[in-house]
Design a protein around this ligand. Sequence first.
Ligand SMILES: [Zn+2]
Length: 78
Amino acid sequence: MERKTIRVSKNAARSGHRFRMANMVSIICPNCGFRRLIDTSRFTVSDTFIPGQNGYESADYYQKCSRCNEEIGIKKLK
Ligand SMILES: [Zn+2]
């Protein structure tokens, strides 16, 4: 049997994880509904566009969805 060693820093798991949970939200893929397209600050307001949709070309970021492989456009509104 293969022996696997997973090392988790206690400090990173504690402070890092809680920080993520408290301050980040996940944007849902508008194409397939994948819940973890990208993480943003919860204070950021974003709009998402699928290719061909009105506004897609003026998006600020493009993130490839790991489920449907569509290049989703993300526009930061605030
Ligand atoms: Zn998707």
